[in-house]
Design a protein. Sequence first.
Length: 272
Amino acid sequence: LPPPTAMLASRGPALCTALRRAAPGGLASFHCSAGRRRNARVAVVLSGCGVYDGTEIHEASAILVHLSRGGAEVQMYAPDVPQMHVIDHSKGQPAEAESRNVLVESARIARGKIASLAKLTTADHDAVIFPGGFGAAKNLSTFAVDGKDCKVNREVERVLKDFHKAGKPIGLCCISPVLAAKVLSGAEVTVGHEEEEGGKWPYAGTAGAIKELGGKHCVKEAVFSLTPFYEAHVDTKNKVVTTPAFMCETELHKIFDGIGAMVKNVLQLTGK
């Protein structure tokens, strides 16, 4: 008799299907490659390390956890450029005469597994996600300084346009939706509410800037609620998914859950 592996190979997908039906969950010893779903390949674009001059670390971590739970294959990228400036996070003030590189700093979050943004292509990935943090407004663009007249980093602009043209989903959270509003005219995004509401939404003015950039702002909560507002907005036409994250002063677990909704929708849009 031929060995079991040879029998499996000769029978192909039909036998794999039969085995799964006969013993669901008990096929750890069998390798049936035909018909297996390929995990979504997602690029995550960082902007440094630290909320005031780079990537918001909690947001990046939440994105990576939810992508891991969703079975995604992740590669992180960052532009190989100098930071706009360096902030002493213990004081909230610029550190004079100090300079850092965005790619080098982002490598702290990526545990060293990171590549230059210039190497990111749509051919290698099914989706791209941008965490927030002031780095998105300082290092990926000049929004922090120039507002509606801002410029977007050349590689960031290329990536956004390439994924949009390819019909592949783009996820953004916190302040980073301004990038899509600037580059993808008419895109629907959210940064939360449009009024500060006693300090609950301290960056509410960003919603007005998004409109000036040519985007459409949609009011959303930071986390799921029983109101008509939900934690992530999905622009199905442009495949752009956004969530407020730390644009809202709320509990960390709610930020985490809101980001989870964004990641879930991005993965669903990949069709993987």
